[in-house]
Ligand binder design. Structure first.
Ligand code: HEM
Ligand SMILES: CC(C)=CCC/C(C)=C/CC/C(C)=C/COP(=O)(O)OP(=O)(O)O
Length: 303
């Protein structure tokens, strides 16, 4: 009986540590990094480099997420969405979470530095710093543009994947960064509309709190248009072909439709439905880039 109780405690402790790493967010970040790796070369990249880079970028992203739990302990404890998180609830102490985060970060950095390349190791560490320190400690509490500027850290993985394979920064990789950069505001502000009162309660200057829900909805509409245009870029520069063009246009039209409904015909569930769609949108968009890369249909020019 004691053994069963102990092992149950062990499993829930493991679950708490896993929750610290925001596994679903990290999974999508790693997918975008992975697509960056695949698109960096015409054929298949070196398998061992892909494995090491995937693990290294994943570990540093997970470390950044765990650091966010420590810094946000007080506000997380007061919001309905986050009050039961392991550090906020006291199931994991801040020092245990920090030790865990630093172990992940060190392992990830050393792995990238020794087996991938120094550029990728430093850029990934800079992304961790951008999210855990610049965004979480300062921007989040300072300005409603927090997630626009801080979004750059979360947008970095495709570039990290690309540099892991080629060792250098490439304009095409920067286009992928720009896509996630333009996607982040409608992704987050849709959720922030739904959770406006939570953010107001803890004095976080999120856009729906500082500028109101109607204004935020208008800005979301504008960002989905901007995202549509940015997503055309890979096709326009010849990086991706027709499969990507058609798929990305359909995804972005659907995102614009969600944003339009949110602005002009919303019910209680529209904001969360838009937020959830944003995640499907980014995942499918990056899978499309991948499929297009290997089954590229070149544009037909009529002379
Ligand atoms: C500064 C930039 C970003 C902000 C402020 C932000 C904010 C959020 C928030 C508040 C949630 C809800 C989390 C929860 O309820 O536990 C969330 C969920 C999510 N975000 Fe973001 N996000 C950002 C960037 C990203 C990026 C770059 C990605 C991936 C490429 C991403 C992927 C996800 C996913 C997959 C979820 C769903 C997680 C789940 O269901 O557990 N986010 N985001
Ligand atoms: C190395 C690297 C690529 C680092 C990027 C790290 C990372 C996990 C980025 C995702 C961004 C994210 C989940 C923001 C939400 O934070 P929040 O504090 O606003 O949301 P919360 O209230 O749910 O904690």
């Amino acid at each position: 009986m004691t053994v069963i109780i102990k092992s149950k405690a062990g499993v829930s402790r493991l679950h708490d540590y896993l929750e610290l790493t925001k596994p679903k967010v990290v999974a999508l970040l790693v997918l975008t990094a992975w697509v960056g790796m695949m698109l960096a070369v015409p054929g298949l990249p070196n398998l061992l480099t892909v494995i090491a880079a995937t693990i290294g970028i994943g570990l540093l992203s997970a470390a950044a997420a765990a650091m966010n739990h420590v810094v946000d302990q007080r506000i997380d404890a007061q919001m309905a969405r986050t009050y039961s998180r392991p550090v906020a609830k006291g199931r994991i102490s801040p020092s245990q979470a920090i030790t865990f985060a630093f172990s992940l970060a060190l392992t990830g950095f050393v792995l990238l530095y020794l087996t991938v390349n120094a550029l990728t190791a430093w850029l990934t560490l800079a992304s961790l710093f951008g999210y855990a320190v610049v965004y979480t400690m300062f921007l989040k509490r300072a300005t409603p543009q927090n997630i626009v500027i801080g979004g750059l850290a979360g947008a970095m993985p495709p570039l990290l994947g690309w540099t892991a394979i080629t060792g250098s920064v490439d304009g095409h990789a920067l286009l992928l960064v720009m896509i996630i950069f333009a996607w982040t505001p409608p992704h987050f502000w849709a959720l922030a509309i739904h959770r406006r009162d939570d953010y107001a309660k803890v004095n976080m200057p999120m856009l729906p709190v500082t500028h109101g829900i109607e204004f935020t909805k208008s800005v979301i509409c504008l960002y989905t248009v901007l995202l549509f245009l940015v997503c055309l870029m890979p096709y326009l520069v010849g990086m991706s072909g027709a499969i990507y063009l058609v798929g990305s246009a359909l995804l972005n039209l659907r995102f614009m439709q969600y944003a339009w409904k949110l602005k002009f015909d919303a019910d209680n569930s529209t904001a969360m439905a838009t937020f959830k769609f944003s995640i499907t949108h980014l995942m499918v968009l990056f899978l499309l880039l991948l499929v297009d890369h290997y089954f590229k249909v070149s544009p037909i020019y009529v002379s």
